[in-house]
Write a protein that binds this ligand. Structure first.
Ligand SMILES: Nc1ncnc2c1ncn2[C@@H]1O[C@H](COP(=O)(O)OP(=O)(O)O)[C@@H](O)[C@H]1O
Ligand SMILES: Cc1ncc(COP(=O)(O)O)c(C=O)c1O
Ligand SMILES: [Mg+2]
Length: 288
């Protein structure tokens, strides 16, 4: 059994951060050790929430506790997502180093959540800089959306798929071996499809799925679920392309279930069999 130390936000009501990634990863058949960076009542796109950001020392403490019972060596991957502060980022990097020391093959998968102020997703000052300067060179895999990719690549605007591939290759030169662009949005080929890219030094793959029409109230946590599913697939020994295709297909099934139930929060439990074995399969196309 593979073990993922998943360091992300936790919401008590609904699904974002660990609350969006943990169950789908477990449903695929990997162990998850959730380490929560914040505990909020609900995700921040409700525009009001209660709760606390964990002190950075708490994160390292928990990892040290696992090391003290001599179990940190069984960690196969660290996954990081929404960070409550740049200090938490430094703590996460310290944890990654501790894990890699006792588990040299462990991978660090960084989902560089930077938020969308215009969408109501707020990230503390300094987190974006931390992700660009510190987390990027330490990570083995990264999963930015388009805005995050632009930010990581020196704030240069990306207008199309070719430019997105080039930007990913620039990131590959600085650390990560695999870049999953989990939402191409306006840089994609078509504006009536949901598109993603998978880029390594030598390959680039493109995939698309239909847009599901939620109107203005788009579900949150989709990025977190996407990163979690991709990493879980990788740890299960799937190829990059199969991981990419399964992730797209499973996320689409959850989106459909959510729309059919007329819900705002992702319907992870209702769609669990579809997460494991999606009925509709989307295939990736090699474009480079
Ligand atoms: N098939 C789909 N149809 C419509 N909207 C989708 C689909 N898949 C994902 N989305 C939405 O697209 C957005 C992706 O958001 P984005 O900010 O680019 O990535 P992230 O989820 O990491 O923040 C989310 O609001 C999500 O609800
Ligand atoms: C607490 C929390 N975690 C994580 C996220 C990221 O969610 P997404 O996967 O949609 O980027 C959000 C977005 O608002 C959030 O409020
Ligand atoms: Mg996101």
């Amino acid at each position: 059994m593979k073990n993922i130390l998943s360091i992300q936000s936790h919401v008590v009501f609904g699904h974002a951060g660990n609350g969006a990634a943990e169950f789908p990863m477990r449903r695929l058949g990997v162990n998850v050790w959730p380490l929560n960076t914040v505990q909020f009542s609900n995700h921040t796109q409700y525009r009001q929430w209660k709760g606390s950001v964990m002190p950075a020392t708490h994160l390292v403490d928990i990892a040290d506790g696992i090391a003290d019972i001599d179990e940190l060596k069984r960690c196969d991957a660290v996954l990081s997502g929404y960070m409550g502060s740049p200090e938490q980022g430094n703590a996460i990097i310290e944890i990654v180093k501790k894990v890699k020391k006792v588990s040299p093959n462990a991978i660090y998968f960084c989902d560089p959540v930077m938020g969308h102020p215009e969408k109501g997703c707020f990230v503390a000052p300094g987190v974006a800089e931390f992700l660009c300067n510190v987390a990027l060179p330490m990570s083995d895999m990264m999963a930015p959306n388009l805005l995050e990719l632009e930010e990581l690549n020196g704030k240069q605007r990306i207008n199309n798929v070719d430019e997105a591939i080039l930007a990913c290759r620039e990131l590959c030169k600085r650390g990560p071996k695999v870049i999953l662009v989990k939402h191409l949005s306006r840089a994609g080929y078509q504006n009536d499809r949901f598109e993603m890219l998978l880029v390594t030094k030598n390959e680039a793959w493109h995939i698309h799925r239909p847009l599901v029409d939620f109107g203005v109230r788009q579900p949150v946590g989709v990025g977190d679920m996407t990163s979690g599913l991709f990493l879980a697939n990788q740890l299960l020994g799937k190829s990059l392309v199969e991981s990419f295709e399964h992730t797209t297909s499973a996320v689409y099934a959850v989106m459909l279930e959510t729309l059919q139930r007329d819900e705002y929060e992702l319907q992870l439990v209702a769609a669990q069999d579809e997460i494991a074995k999606p009925t509709q399969w989307f295939s990736a196309k090699r474009i480079d």
